[in-house]
Design a protein around this ligand. Structure first.
Ligand SMILES: NC(=O)c1ccc[n+]([C@@H]2O[C@H](COP(=O)([O-])OP(=O)(O)OC[C@H]3O[C@@H](n4cnc5c(N)ncnc54)[C@H](OP(=O)(O)O)[C@@H]3O)[C@@H](O)[C@H]2O)c1
Length: 253
C-alpha cells in the first residue's frame, strides 16, 4: 500500500488531505503535538504519532520518518491560533519546524518526495511586484504584510531555504501557495500557477491540490499559487506540471 506522513496532521487542511488519501487506500501517518487529537485521527483512518515539531530535534524527526518509511511527506503544520497571540510561533513552527523536517528527510534517507504548504505572496518585497499581479493582488499583498509580517517572513524564508538548499538536500519538493481560505464548501475547482492573490480558496479544494501533486510527479521542483477559480483541480495541476509554471525566480530571489 502507498503511504504518506503528514506533519501537522491534526490541522484542518491536513485532515481533508488525510480523508482523501485514506479513501485512496494510503496508509497515513499523522504527526501531531497533542494527545487530544488521537481519537479523531484514528476515526479518519490515520495512524497518529505524537511528536511535537517544536520540541523535537532533527534526529528525532528523522527517526519518525525511518520508522514509517512513507512514500511522500506532507508539511501542513503552522503556528495557527498560537501565532495570533504570540507571533514567535511563526518562527518556531512555520519556519524552524519546516526546516527541521527538510533536514530530517535527508537524515532519514528513505523518502525524497515532499509537498509543503506555504501561503500566497511570500516573496522578496524589495523587488517589483510579480508581473502577473494586478492592483487588487497588490492590495491583498500590502494588507497581508502589514497584518502578519512575522508569518509572511517565516513562510518566505522556509520556502527559500527549501529551494536554495536543494542542491545539498536533493528532495523532490513541490511548494503549494494558497491564498486565504474561505469557509465555503468543496467546489473541485481552482486557479493554479501564477494565479495572483484572490479570490479566496476552499481548504478542501487545496487538499485536492495536494492529492493531485502526489499523483503527478511532473509537479516536482515547482512552486505555484492556488486561488479560487473555475478549472477542475486535476486539470489545473496538470497544466502547471506540463507547462512547468514556477513562481520561484520572480518572487523569491
Ligand atoms: N488560514 C489561511 O487562510 C491560510 C492560507 C494559506 C495558507 N495557510 C497555511 O495552511 C496551513 C494549514 O492551515 P490550517 O487552516 O489547516 O491550519 P491549522 O488548522 O491551524 O493547522 C495547523 C496544524 O499545525 C499543528 N502544529 C502546530 N504546532 C505543531 C507542532 N509543534 N508539532 C506538530 N504539529 C503542530 C497544529 O496543531 P495544534 O492545534 O495542536 O497546535 C495544527 O493542527 C498552515 O501552514 C497555514 O499557515 C493558511
Amino acid at each position: 500500500m502507498p503511504s504518506a506522513l503528514i506533519f501537522g496532521g491534526s490541522g484542518q487542511l491536513a485532515k481533508f488531505i488525510t480523508e482523501r488519501l485514506v479513501k485512496k487506500d494510503y496508509i497515513v501517518y499523522s504527526v501531531i503535538r497533542r494527545e487530544e487529537h488521537v481519537l479523531g485521527l484514528r476515526g479518519l483512518g490515520a495512524t497518529p504519532i505524537i511528536q511535537s515539531l517544536e520540541d523535537s530535534t532533527v534526529a528525532e524527526l528523522a527517526q519518525v520518518i525511518k520508522s514509517s518509511v512513507p512514500d511522500v511527506i506532507i508539511f501542513a503544520a503552522g503556528g495557527g491560533w498560537r501565532a495570533f497571540k504570540d507571533p514567535s510561533f511563526n518562527s518556531i513552527v512555520d519556519h524552524d519546524g519546516a526546516i527541521k523536517v527538510f533536514d530530517a528527510m535527508v537524515n532519514a534517507g528513505c523518502t525524497k518526495r515532499l509537498i509543503t504548504i506555504s501561503t500566497i505572496d511570500t516573496r522578496n518585497r524589495s523587488k517589483p511586484r510579480p508581473s502577473w499581479y494586478n492592483d487588487e493582488d497588490q492590495k491583498v499583498s500590502d494588507d497581508l504584510w502589514a497584518m502578519l509580517p512575522r508569518y509572511m517572513e517565516a513562510k518566505f524564508e522556509a520556502d527559500k531555504d527549501l529551494v536554495e538548499e536543494n542542491t545539498r538536500r536533493a528532495l523532490d519538493y513541490t511548494i503549494v501557495r494558497p491564498t486565504w481560505y474561505n469557509e465555503g464548501g468543496w467546489t473541485g475547482r481552482i486557479k493554479a500557477g501564477k494565479a495572483g492573490t484572490s479570490p479566496k480558496v476552499n481548504r478542501e479544494d487545496v487538499a485536492d491540490v495536494f492529492v493531485a501533486c502526489i499523483e503527478n510527479h511532473a509537479t516536482i521542483g515547482l512552486v505555484f499559487e492556488v486561488t479560487g477559480g473555475d478549472i477542475p483541480v486535476e486539470e489545473a495541476v496538470r497544466h502547471v506540471a506540463e507547462e512547468k509554471v514556477d513562481s520561484f525566480d520572480e518572487i523569491y530571489r
